[in-house]
Design a protein around this ligand. Structure first.
Ligand code: NAD
Ligand code: TYD
Length: 352
């Protein structure tokens, strides 16, 4: 690692917490600042195990606030930024698109501006790494894969906001010569994911015998990757990726929602000692999500060829570990579903 001071944004969220854990432990001589607003999706419990490490600092703050960012960058003199902070849930973006523009687009441009001002166009050994999603590429038919050259075609306010932020990041590379790198990853699953996303929501509902709301006919396909493999990819791209490049990251692991839901029902039943078929009865087909993308699938051959990355956890192993984690971490799940952890932050930090 040739960087001394790294800013990780969104490090109290799902993917960010796994990135923080991996990098803080792996690079003890590098200082990491985790900047997170602690929205409903940010939870310090996710990274409680690194809180006392000497090369780690947590700062609560908002990437929408340019003045705050200026002070933070001047204080810590970051030479690298790994940017994960975002509003990340498609259904919420349908309800409130502007929030996604403010955090995902304006927040990202604020970070780019602040880094550029601090670095004063001396970009030697600097890097701005932006984490994005495969959803910017739109929807595939029955065949084909997203490559790094697939034209952008976002359909939800979430993916449109991520696409816009990706364009801004590339524009800072092309216009100002800022060293930037982008990765676009498929659907992640694993421990610490907020239970509004399909896998943790369904595990929690199965456990409590609650209905499993399947959007439309359930014949939508996603490519699932274990979150720790995404964190490994992020580490590799940050330390070995080439500035100006984009890397697709995926699990080579496509499932239709309904097949995945059947698998989840059967695995949870088995782990809870329930008779076979019990939880499949909870499946309830509901109104489809508007603008629902039919199929996502990633061609991750570039990162494999150029950086030697490939997933290390296969789906049955990853899913089994994930289910075990949610079944074992009842307190975590109860806290985030009841909102108790947010009350605690308000008491601890007030308005920051
Ligand atoms: P998440 O919603 O779990 O976490 C987002 C984090 O960002 C939270 O800790 C939240 O508090 C923080 N945050 C939100 N607004 C902020 C603001 N204004 N200022 C500072 N912090 C703020 O998201 P995630 O699933 O961990 O996703 C992380 C990144 O990876 C996002 O950029 C997302 O677009 C991208 N991504 C996610 C997936 C996935 O499957 N989850 C796949 C590909 C890419
Ligand atoms: P989600 O986890 O929200 O991720 P994304 O929309 O970013 O892919 O949803 C994954 C898939 O599961 C998507 O096709 C929508 C579907 N889905 C349901 O059928 N029911 C649900 O309650 C949720 C949250 C998602």
């Amino acid at each position: 690692m040739n960087k001394k001071n790294i800013l990780i944004t969104g490090g109290a969220g799902f993917i960010g917490s796994h990135v923080v854990r991996l990098m803080v432990n792996k690079y003890p001589d590098t200082q990491f600042v985790n900047l997170d607003l602690l929205t409903y999706a940010g939870n310090l419990e996710n990274i409680a195990d690194v809180a006392d490490k000497p090369n780690y600092t947590f700062v609560r703050g908002d990437i929408r606030d340019a003045d705050f960012l200026k002070d933070l960058f001047e204080k810590y003199h970051f030479d690298g930024v790994i940017h994960l902070a975002a509003e990340s849930h498609v259904d919420r973006s349908i309800e409130n698109p502007l929030e996604f523009v403010e955090t995902n687009v304006i927040g990202t441009v604020n970070l780019l501006n602040t880094a550029r001002n601090l670095w004063q166009n001396d970009f030697n050994d600097k890097l701005f790494y932006h984490i994005s999603t495969d959803e910017v590429y739109g929807s595939l038919g029955k065949t084909g894969l997203f490559t790094e050259d697939t034209p952008y075609d976002p359909h939800s306010p979430y993916s449109a906001s991520k696409a816009a932020s990706d364009h801004f990041v590339r524009s800072y590379h092309d216009t100002y010569g800022m060293p930037t790198v982008i990765s676009n990853c498929s659907n992640n699953y694993g421990p610490n994911q907020f239970p509004e996303k399909l896998i943790p929501l369904f595990i929690n509902n199965i456990k409590h015998n609650k209905p499993l709301p399947v959007y439309g006919d359930g014949q939508y396909t996603r490519d699932w990757l274990y979150v720790i493999d995404h964190a490994r990819a992020i580490d590799m791209i940050f330390t070995e990726g080439k500035a100006g490049e984009t890397y697709n990251v995926g699990g080579f692991n496509e499932y239709t929602n309904i097949d995945l839901i059947h698998l989840l029902c059967d695995l949870v039943d088995e782990k809870l000692g329930r008779p076979e078929g019990t939880s499949r009865k909870l499946i309830t087909f509901v109104k489809d999500r508007p603008g629902h993308d039919k199929r996502y699938a990633i061609d991750a051959s570039k990162i494999n060829r150029e950086l030697g990355w490939k997933p290390s956890v296969n789906f049955s192993e990853g899913l089994s570990k994930t289910i075990d984690w949610y079944l074992e971490n009842e307190v975590w799940l109860n806290n985030v579903t009841s909102g108790d952890y947010q009350k605690y932050y308000e008491e601890m930090y007030g308005d920051r």
